[in-house]
Design a protein around this ligand. Structure first.
Ligand code: BT5
Length: 254
């Protein structure tokens, strides 16, 4: 037993001191048949993954790098719903374990005082019209110091300790995170996407805000009206049209 108060997420833990990327290790374990709810945690990563081939800075001893294996009975098109699961759980854990007020920036950042303190990277393996497994990758800067951040970050970044003004215990944070993930996943399986979507909207940094979204080959500007069934961002453009954006980088206009 892991001593956690959970039903699925965290019922099995795999802890390693160093790995290339917990997402890669979790994917390998999932291929080998690891049970739903298996969580891989590493003290450090030597090639932590961001989105689109970017790197996630992963020094040892200070942060949390973890990946959760889930096997929800859903179609691949609904998999982005699970990104909101990790975002909401990370936000709750930050509030509970560090006493800070986090906001979620679509699609995969969690910010405190405008600084990125966590990044999420979900990966999926699907066959035909069903999901085989999902890997929810979660990186949280807990006690990382200013000197440990690289100089050329895409988004101003920080850690919970810097923002709180004191160290935050990694174990209590991890416990709070896994329990939050578990309770939201339990409710997702029982009640579907609606409660999760609401929890996400309640903590969203972009809801009702004017934004610019850079997608692959276009830029969409307008006011955010919500997220839809498949996790797309709904943006009302100045000409009154509603655009659906499936993926991209968001800039919030002041
Ligand atoms: C993300 O990518 O935000 C997803 C990060 C997911 C990391 C977790 S750790 C556990 C699991 N295993 C993995 O291998 N990955 C997941 P993206 O939005 O692409 O942001 C990446 C960019 O953020 C980089 O190009 C840097 O500019 C910046 N960055 C790198 N390390 C950072 C850090 N520790 N904190 C804040 N920003 C960082």
């Amino acid at each position: 037993s892991t001593g956690l108060n959970v039903k699925i997420v965290g019922t099995s833990l795999v802890c390693v001191s160093e790995t290339e990327s917990t997402n890669i290790l979790a994917g390998r374990l999932a291929e080998e048949g690891a049970a739903e709810g298996t969580v891989v945690i590493a003290d450090s990563q030597n090639r932590g993954k961001g989105r689109l081939g970017r790197l996630w800075e992963s020094p040892a001893g200070v942060n949390l790098y973890c990946s959760v294996i889930l096997r929800p009975p859903i179609m691949p098109i609904h998999a982005p719903q699970l990104t909101f699961l990790s975002a909401v759980a990370v936000a709750e854990a930050i509030e509970r374990a560090a006493g800070l007020i986090p906001v979620i920036k679509w699609p995969n950042d969690v910010l405190v005082n405008g600084f990125k303190v966590a990044g999420l990277l979900n990966e999926m393996s699907a066959e035909m019209e069903r999901v085989d497994y999902l890997v929810l990758g979660i990186g949280v800067n807990i006690n990382m110091q200013r000197s440990q951040f690289p100089g050329d970050l895409r988004h101003p970044a920080s850690s919970l300790a810097i923002e709180a003004g004191h160290g935050v215990e990694r174990l209590s944070f991890t416990r709070a995170l896994l329990e939050a993930l578990d309770s939201h996943y339990d409710s997702y399986c029982a009640e579907g996407y609606a409660p999760l979507r609401q929890a996400w909207l309640d903590r969203s940094a972009v809801m009702g805000r004017r934004v610019r979204v850079n997608c692959q080959e276009r830029q969409v500007s307008g006011t955010v009206e919500g997220i839809d069934e498949i996790g797309a961002l709904l943006v009302r453009t100045p000409d009154g049209k509603q655009e659906r954006v499936l993926a991209g980088d968001v800039t919030i206009d002041e």
